[in-house]
Ligand binder design. Structure first.
Ligand code: PTJ
Length: 248
């Protein structure tokens, strides 16, 4: 990894870049993942590289939906795997749920590598190998899912993706929780809950909320019902606009 002193003002950001770079070298992250990461960094700058209040509200709503679910599944791509492998294992443990590798730039070899990488970091029985085209309306590789995982899930967590899978999963009647730094992405706009936060902050925050809400079904139902995705995205845009005005 790059030798960056902890005192560097962008230490966390530079170390995160190094993780993604290393992920490309080891065949876990696609080359396109570097571009996706750059786009995310730009939006993170606009947020001030911290969890903004609407994101904190969305993280609580995400936890509530995941706790209320019958079969919640964490969908993981290359970037997400290298950015938060231990944190995904902690969330899986907290929810006792399934984890499934789902890729846009899919090869069976990459799915196998990612599953082995996640299991080495504590995730259990990672699904995704041999997934079949099962999601109606998707002609690309993200349309593959396993029957016991994403296909039969009622709530799916989808981090770091801009595309048409979120809408396709919603059309199947699923609740989709996304983590995307870009509040303008197709995925963010079509989600049941969109968390506009860096996946590095969002996954641990959702786990903390799961721990806080666990065992209180009434509270989970209240939090999930009170969440309005359109209002939350508006508040996110207002936050970014106000920050830009204050800086300008
Ligand atoms: O591993 P694969 O083959 O499934 O490919 C994964 C990538 C990420 C390459 C693929 O899904 C892709 O091309 O994604 P997009 O369309 O570039 O969308 C990625 C979205 O994630 C963008 O809206 C980014 O702003 C956002 N993003 C990037 N980094 C982060 C992020 N959101 C949260 N946390 C991040 N660290």
């Amino acid at each position: 990894m790059t030798d960056v002193p902890r005192s560097h003002p962008r230490y966390e950001s530079l170390m995160t870049r190094a993780r993604v770079e290393e992920g490309v070298r080891s065949g876990l992250v696609s080359m396109q993942g570097l571009i996706a990461h750059g786009r995310g960094e730009a939006f993170d700058y606009l947020l001030g590289e911290g969890t903004i209040p609407p994101a904190a509200e969305a993280e609580r709503a995400a936890a509530a939906h995941l706790l209320l679910a019958r079969n919640p599944v964490l969908s993981v791509n290359g970037n997400t795997a290298v950015l938060v492998p231990d944190e995904l294992a902690a969330l899986q443990k907290a929810l006792r749920c399934k984890v499934e590798v789902n890729l846009f730039h899919r090869t069976e070899e990459r799915v196998r590598r990612l599953a082995a990488f996640l299991e080495a970091h504590g995730c259990e029985r990672v699904l995704g190998e041999g997934a079949q085209p099962t999601i109606p309306g998707l002609d690309h590789e993200r349309g593959r899912s396993t029957v016991e995982g994403i296909f039969s899930a009622d709530v799916v967590l989808v981090p770091l993706e801009d595309g048409d899978r979120c809408q396709a999963l919603r059309d199947m009647g699923k609740t989709v929780v996304v983590v995307d730094l870009n509040p303008l992405s197709r995925t963010a706009k079509s989600a049941s809950v969109s968390v506009t936060d860096n996946v590095r902050r969002a996954v641990p925050a959702i786990t903390r909320e799961v721990e806080a809400l666990r065992g209180d079904r009434a509270a989970c139902e209240r939090v999930a019902k009170a969440f309005d995705p359109a209002r939350n995205l508006r508040e996110t845009m207002d936050f970014i606009a106000a920050r830009l005005r204050a800086l300008g």
